[in-house]
Design a protein around this ligand. Sequence first.
Ligand code: FE2
Length: 350
Amino acid sequence: MKTLKTKTFGSKNLPTARRKSVAVSQESWIKTEHLLPGKDIPFMVQPAMDGMNLVDWAKNNRTVVDDLFLKHKALLFRNFHPKNVEDFQEFVKATSDGGFLEYKDRSTPRKDVGDKIYTSTIHPSDQTINPHNEGTYWVKWALKLYFCCMTASEQGGETPIADVGKVFKRLDADIQKQFLEKKMMLVRNYNDGFGLPWQEVYQTEDKKEVESYCRENLIEFEWKGGDRLRTRQIRPAVRKHPKTDELVWFNHAAFFHYTTLDDNISEALLAEFGEEGLPYNTYYGDGTPIEASVVEHIRQAYEQEKVMFLWQEGDILMLDNMSIAHAREPYVGDRLIATAMTEAFSGNVG
Ligand SMILES: [Fe+2]
């Protein structure tokens, strides 16, 4: 375990017994270490003394947080005991530049639990959510993604993470090349009787608003009659990280591919809607199908990089959203993980 010396956040917040040394050295202390043996992520930050206020510490030691974050990509702040959503929100503000991002163009339902603080995805508790980075198919996505465990489930409910720079390196060279050259396309169909309605995805009842959102966000759209809508968006599958220049596997190609659904569900959907009409599906950017074997190869790459740990209440996980994918394991009991996104970034699209 490494103990890191950092600037103090002001002695009024520190326990009396420590005041003298802090006043002399102007230093406060955090303890840092890798959470899991042999795993680079997440890197854990804990208080080295009782009564530390995480928000105050973060405000006064922003460069320490920035350096740790750049180096480790996934930081787990544990044992700081934030009391509520507001504490989480203040921590997010203290460690981010720029405002919070909203969840528009959703793929899953969520609830707001604070101002631009959301529950993590509402999805049946007995199912897995596959690894993905947030917003890869938007034109602007978050560089920082935060989770805070408000209620830990009785069993399971982990948020596995995976380094997508390493995922990309694990892919066969010809598959890397295909996606680098062709990019990828996401096709979605709405209001055919399955999946989220466009009204929830775009958070409006107004078709004109949907159309202008699509135009602004480089999404092709097509009204199919009645309330039914089809959209297509082509995006790079691999991006260069703006801070590290690393190539990262930053896309939902496997996540939204129809073979990712259970066999019986994908067969039923294919029979009902045909491939063209699936609620969502992915293709190479030129519209050709992505082979099931390629999708499986991608899934295996994520799987090999997957790192998993149990949540403790009060944990805050801060992720470099372009470098680290996240997922969700099935769980038993109540579970509430608040989430926030900050530092909007837009790379080249299309
Ligand atoms: Fe997510």
